[in-house]
Design a protein around this ligand. Structure first.
Ligand SMILES: *[C@@H]1O[C@H](CO)[C@@H](O)[C@H](O)[C@H]1NC(C)=O
Length: 953
């Protein structure tokens, strides 16, 4: 019973640990976490030792060993030496340090190296047994005759053979470890790159050293534990090892942080600190369960069968996951997947007999072998069927663009329903839980009609922005406005007696923006009530209120609208929800925010249970397909643009976007306060308002789409990408940095998956992996950074990494517009600066962004722009769809000729649609219309009689 119980526990806790590492908070402070975990598990192992009598095998031997008690165990190792214990502790400490070093540059590491562990242990076995054999003859194994099946008979025969021919064991171990290695090195890598400043071979070397250390730890532990007589002594020994390692790590950690400069402690955000303690505690306990059960298992079994079983289970799971992906874009090498699965199944089937493993976890080996045979047969059929299905009859983007057009037509009908005031009022009530439109709605309606606004009913963004404030009392909102205006870079726009005024002094860079806003309000100012607006003039959005608050207020806000139709009474005063902060409390101000604290604040804006909320995403090396699947629907293409801008299902974006990897210069406000701003991401609660960017460019010279170059163009500035304490991640993971690296500096081993016409039939397509640098040469791309414009910026590191390109590749005034396709991506602070500029031109914008502005909901993906996922994994494939390859006659790709004609017509259509729509729905008139409606809504929300004053026909 004992071994089965412990192996079940060991395997379960191993997978729990492997799984929880991805979602728990531990990785943000790796050293502290490992120290605490060792401590917790050491203490719990010690505590368990008092209950040793109740554990299986308490007398020092496991009771399912049916042989006579006093027979010496065949696999009893040599006696441990005295220096073994300190050596073990040293190995553990060193192993942890190597782990932290490799995790720090995880993007440079190679996956699958751990799979070789059984082979290393087998090597040790060979060497030590050769020595042992010369001194004494191998003892007979005690076979269990009772209930032995035919399988066992064969197995016994096989293990007899194995003792003679250790080569056999070596070969099968090699087979399934190699299979596991293949399976685990299969995945797609993310575009987070290994910078030239890192020594990637050092990281891989460290990984191999780590592997050797793992083997050493297991073997030494085995020898130590096997010679301890009772379970109690074993538990005490292990607890001692854990505590000594904790002490050692603590000393190392303490002494190294003495020499380092103290960094500002991160801000204590609510909720997460206790979560960290909880994670440490749970993982510590699990780790001790794992360590103890492994240790006890080791004492009875052999290191080889233990590591073999764990490697096999992980390998089999990975190979099965890969097999399921056959036929999708994520697995284009079905033969490799199949080969790895067969190696694992076949290798392990022989391994259980040759190494005399009687049961795997708790399943008899005969059953395991039978199961593996079934798996192999099923996988064979599945692979053949899915490989045939992998070829598609038409390019999926054709269908996608077509569907998008149909959907856009439907959307337009929905957005422009109203042709009379009565219908508009009706539509409004339907879309606002039965709430009446704000006062003066008729005047707004006429205003919008006069200005030929195409959008009369669809203001979803405005609704979302304002609804939480219906859950806060008007008095409190007015107070909050004045309070938040004291924050840096926030100023008040005061509308009183039909005029709009602000107090930004002349000479301030923000004066033009505020003047322009006042100018925009002027035409309808006489219809507005007296209100004050807090306007954010900083580039970054400000209000990062936790999800719980926003959700609570928004729910309360919606319910009021509902109760209003049910009973036409106004809600009694005083039952309104109040914000937790007292009115005249000063907002806690500490401007410096570390990237880590900022990320944690952002995580708090996601609902509990989502991947972003639950923890830090640390695996930057591998492509996160669970992050893209919701908005890509399991394909490579971006299929749901609005969803792709939401953060809560894409925890990896917290490390793949420059906005999340640069510390904000002003601390975000973690309270739901009324702040109006030009742009935000979905995490923020700012209210979007049309603001004219001071930096908006005048439209330069443009020409017809056909007259432009068939290429994709992008230029970014090196400003703000400087070397600094926080730039380690930015330099390797920032979205602009990844883009430039991908397009110019792909290494020889980098691969990109792209949809190509099949070799036999150009009307059929299939995904293939092509060397990224080869693709970069075949596709017309012109992407890079320009020289930084600021004088005293130290951009040496970035310049060396990415190189610099000239502003434009010719003398034309507006270089961007010389290209048919122009990439627009976010800056590190906000939305792309030139999106509207490109939409209005005859070029096609390729947009990669998480930011929104007031007009964002009016632009539709695949109609007005081409959406690009910020991971850039589909950039080549999408571009190739539009441009074809450089040479229309055909190019050699993957050793065969591929012809891919450009789709000029599709590109021209998108460019034209965008231009027309921008000149219809995103004009200055539309800004004013949006602003008018927003201010009417706002005027009502801050009015004490807001429940009564709605507009009724
Ligand atoms: C990356 O590519 C650019 C342009 O091709 C080049 O100037 C730069 O030196 C490259 N960087 C590295 C680290 O090789």
């Amino acid at each position: 019973m004992g071994t089965r119980f412990f192996s079940l526990v060991a395997v379960a806790s191993f997978f729990w640990l492997a799984h929880s590492l991805e979602t728990h908070q531990l990785t943000e402070q790796p050293r502290l976490s490992s120290l605490l975990i060792l401590l917790v598990s050491g203490i719990s192992a010690f505590a368990t030792s008092f209950f040793a009598l109740w554990l299986p095998g308490a007398n020092g031997r496991f009771d399912d060993d049916s042989g006579p008690l006093r027979v010496p165990r065949p696999n009893l190792p040599k006696k441990p030496r005295r220096y073994f214990l300190p050596m073990l502790v040293m190995c553990i400490i060193l192993r942890l340090e190597i782990f932290h070093r490799v995790s720090f540059d995880l993007q440079c590491s190679r996956s699958g190296i751990e799979a070789w562990l059984p082979l290393v242990i087998l090597l040790y076995d060979f060497i030590s047994s050769r020595k042992a054999r010369s001194s004494s003859n191998a003892e007979d194994k005690d076979y269990d005759d009772m209930g032995s099946t035919m399988f066992d008979a064969i197995g016994n025969w096989a293990s007899d053979w194995a003792t003679n021919s250790r080569v056999g064991l070596g070969m099968v171990t090699l087979a399934f470890t190699y299979g596991t290695y293949l399976a685990s090195s299969h995945g797609i890598r993310s575009t987070f790159f290994c910078s030239s400043q890192e020594n990637s071979s050092l990281v891989v070397f460290l990984q191999w050293i780590g592997l050797l250390l793992d083997a050493a730890i297991i073997i030494v532990l085995w020898r130590v534990i096997s010679w301890a007589r009772t379970t109690k002594i074993r538990l005490r020994t292990m607890s001692g090892i854990l505590l000594a390692s904790a002490l050692g790590t603590g000393l190392l950690y303490g002494s190294s942080s003495l020499f380092k400069q103290s960094r500002p402690m991160s801000y204590h955000f609510r909720g997460l600190d206790s979560l960290y303690v909880f994670d440490v505690f749970v993982d510590g306990l699990t780790f001790s369960v794992f360590f103890v059960s492994t240790g006890l298992l080791l004492a009875e079994g052999s290191p080889l069968s233990l590591t073999g079983i764990v490697t096999f289970i992980s390998g089999l799971l990975m190979a099965l996951c890969n097999t399921v992906l056959i036929g999708s874009w994520e697995n284009v090498t079905p033969s490799k997947t199949y080969f790895s699965l067969v190696l694992i199944c076949l290798g392990f089937s022989f391994f259980v007999f040759l190494n005399n493993v009687r049961s795997v976890v708790f399943i008899h080996r005969a059953l395991v072998v039978f199961f593996l045979a079934l798996v192999t047969i099923a996988a064979t059929i599945f692979s053949i069927v899915m490989t045939h299905k992998a070829q598609v009859d038409s390019h999926p983007l054709e269908r996608l663009v077509y569907d998008a057009r149909v959907e856009a037509g439907r959307w337009l009908v929905h957005a422009t329903t109203s042709n009379s005031l009565a219908v508009a009022v009706q539509e409004y009530k339907e879309r606002h839980n039965g709430r009446d439109p704000p006062p003066k709605f008729d005047i707004w309606y006429k205003f919008a009609k006069d200005r030929k606004s195409p959008i009369m009913d669809h203001f979803a963004q405005m609704e979302r922005d304002i609804i939480p404030f219906w859950g806060i009392t008007p008095e409190k909102i007015r107070e909050d406005t004045r309070r938040v205006a004291l924050e840096p870079d926030i100023t008040i726009m005061k509308i009183q007696d039909g005029t709009a005024n602000h107090e930004v002094p002349a000479g301030s860079p923000h004066k033009a923006v505020m003047d322009d806003l006042a100018e925009m309000i002027k035409p309808f100012a006489e219809h507005l009530p007296d209100i004050e607006l807090a306007i954010n003039l900083n580039n970054r959005p400000r209000v990062l209120a936790p999800w719980e608050d926003v959700h609570r207020f928004a729910t309360a806000g919606r319910q009021k609208g509902l109760s209003r139709i049910l009973s036409r009474r106004s809600a009694p005063a005083g039952d309104e929800l109040t914000n937790s902060a007292s009115p005249n409390q000063v907002i806690p101000r500490r401007d410096f925010t570390t990237v880590r604290a900022f990320r944690e604040m952002t995580a708090l804006t996601c609902p509990p249970g989502t991947s972003t909320r639950s923890g830090a995403h640390w695996d930057v090396r591998d492509f996160c397909s669970s992050c893209t699947n919701p908005h890509s629907q399991g394909t490579q293409d971006l299929r749901n643009w609005p969803l792709s801008q939401k953060l809560c299902h894409q925890s990896d974006l917290l490390r793949l976007h420059g906005f999340h990897t640069t510390p904000p210069e002003l601390r975000p406000i973690q309270e739901l306060l009324p702040v109006f701003g030009a742009s935000k991401t979905d995490s923020y609660s700012d209210i979007l308002i049309p603001l004219h960017h001071a930096s908006e460019r005048p439209s330069g010279s443009d020409r017809a789409f056909e007259m432009k170059r068939r290429s994709l163009f992008w230029r970014g500035s090196l400003d703000g990408h400087l070397a600094g304490p926080n730039s380690h991640e930015l330099l390797r993971g920032g979205h602009q940095e990844r883009l430039v690296h991908l397009a110019n500096n792909a290494s020889s081993t980098d691969k990109t998956t792209i949809l190509l016409p099949s070799s036999t039939d150009t009307d059929r397509f299939a995904y293939e992996q092509v060397s990224t640098s080869e693709l970069n040469a075949l596709l017309p791309m012109d992407i890079g950074f320009t020289q930084s414009t600021c004088k005293d910026c130290n951009d040496d590191v970035a310049r060396r990494e990415f190189g610099v390109k000239p502003e434009a590749d010719h003398d034309a005034a507006d270089g961007q517009l010389m290209h048919q396709y122009v990439l627009v991506v976010d800056t590190n602070d906000g939305p792309p600066q030139d999106l509207l500029h490109i939409v209005r031109s005859a070029s096609v914008p390729f947009q990669a962004s998480i930011f929104k502005e007031w007009y964002s909901e009016r632009l539709r993906a695949w109609i007005h722009f081409v959406p690009v996922d910020l991971r850039f994994h589909a950039l080549h494939s999408t571009l190739a769809y539009f441009t074809g390859f450089n040479n229309n006659q055909g190019e050699i790709v993957n050793g065969r000729e591929v012809k891919m004609a450009p789709r000029l017509e599709e590109g021209r259509w998108i460019a034209e649609q965008g231009r027309r729509w921008a000149n219809t729905a995103i004009r200055r008139d539309d800004m004013e219309t949006y602003l008018f409606r927003l201010l009417l809504e706002w005027g009502r929300v801050v009015d004490d009689r807001r429940e009564q004053i709605g507009f009724v026909l």
